[in-house]
Design a protein. Sequence first.
Length: 360
Amino acid sequence: MRLLLLTTIWIITLSAALAQKDAHDSYWTVNYLRGPVYDHRNLSGVLQLGITHGVGVEYLMRVDGSEPWHHYYRRPKLGVAAYYEDFNYPDVLGKAFSGALVADFHIVHRRIFDFDLNIQAGAAYLTKKFDAQTNNLNLYIGAKAAAFFRFGFELVAMPESRVAMVAGANFVHYSNGSMRQPNLGLNLCQLNLGARMRINKEIAPVKEYDASTVQNDKRWQYQAFLSFGCCEQGTPLSDRYLVATTAFKCLKPITRKFVAGVGVDIMRDGSESIDCEDDGFFPLISGGVHGSAGMEFGKVYAALEIGSYLFSKVKDSFEMYNRVTANYAFGKRLLAHVGLRTYLMRAYYIEWGIGCKIGS
């Protein structure tokens, strides 16, 4: 509660300095979060899991309507967030400090209430991790640095007023993408309750833009990517292996928001040397094809890819794999890429890469 009070005072002070910037509708949100650990691995027999609680602060800015996609998505709010989380298990799970990018989309937008989808992705620092000597019960997280994801639905009462009440339900996930073992993933199911304050006194005007005159380009788009990651396989504190992926993708916009596609993946996974009898570079190369479905807003494209192996020394033919991916466009050709590779949604590695658009 002391932390919540200090945070509120800091927000009010900073808001006074930002009040002059009224070109956009800008908001501060303070939330109290509470809920259990989602014990998807059924470890409650050996762990004394309790009810977690935390405090979150968001700074959001509503897009002004100057781009077509602002209207396609009902002028969402974009911003950043910071969290303090107490897992209520100090000797094993400890606490977490997180920062994330935020996208807040309207599902239902009314004068009396908003029903929103809130998506966040970022990084976290956890005060406790697995240690074979001092903390062998923490099978969820094997490193203090982790990726942070939050997915939730929120109900905002009187959203056009200067101060609005916010209530929601969230799924929170901490994972290091198997860069360190063990990495079962720490999941929380939480409720949040808080308040949202608009910094500018008056609602900012919406920039005039006739989105209906924009022609949707439904031609095929072609892209190529090179990305790298590393993973730790086997027992904790074992060797880490480099993973490299070359991907070629064909994407086709179906609507102004939805994009579908197909692609080819050529992968070299160093960790497969554990199960592969042949040594060398080429025996560890495998290939597969994937289909994808994603959403495009502005320069960002986020998608889910579901693939199947065509050849591999270790994997069976047509064995499935998945990738959650996000790309950001720089200029007309270059793309920055980050993805989480999984098997049946079990984290395998995080990949970082660069890509380019092919053709006109």
